[in-house]
Design a protein around this ligand. Structure first.
Ligand code: OFO
Length: 173
């Protein structure tokens, strides 16, 4: 049985994961409209993964006799300056999510809910992988310096990652 404080922070994380899914969906749409089809496919797949993260928390809350709440839908922005701006924002977003997961684990320890702290280790690991993936993507983009031919090749690489199911370092669920 979840205590109410842990239930509340888990529901907050459900909201963040759902927002992540929406954010990647908006970015995928921008990429598709702007000719970055490889990135678009990668981001659409990643949006689905984020929904998967949300659902994993959702079922956990209900399985532990809590009540998983569907959060209101927050609209992410739909315009970006460049594909680089998209990946920069992703990297910042994932760092924020990692910090929220760490806070969540902290609350579990404060409340002596070691079962939930243990369950959340999957998210801790996932965040390490996501940050590492997007840091690598950004490093690559920075090296290209806006060269159009190289950006085209970069986009093909993102397509390959999407096709290989490697939208995070590990393919989970
Ligand atoms: Fe759910 O891992 Fe990204 O946000």
């Amino acid at each position: 049985m979840l205590n109410s404080k842990v239930e509340k922070v888990l529901n907050k994380q459900i909201e963040l994961e759902l927002f992540s899914s929406q954010l990647y969906l908006a970015m995928a749409s921008w990429a598709e409209k702007n000719g970055y089809n490889g990135s678009a496919n990668f981001l659409y797949a990643h949006s689905d993964e984020e929904r998967g993260h949300m659902l994993k928390l959702f079922h956990y809350v209900n399985d532990r006799n809590g009540h998983a709440i569907v959060p209101p839908v927050e609209q992410p922005k739909s315009e970006y300056e460049s594909i680089q701006a998209v990946y920069e924002e992703i990297y910042e977003h994932e760092k924020m999510i990692s910090s929220e997961i760490n806070n969540l684990v902290g609350v579990c320890y404060e409340e002596k809910d070691f079962t939930t702290a243990n369950f959340l280790q999957w998210y801790v690991q996932e965040q390490i992988e996501e940050e590492s993936l997007f840091s690598t993507v950004l490093d690559k983009l920075n090296l290209l310096g806006g060269d159009k031919a190289r950006l085209y090749m970069f986009d093909n690489e993102m397509e390959k990652l999407a096709l290989a199911g490697e939208t995070t370092s590990e393919n989970e669920q």
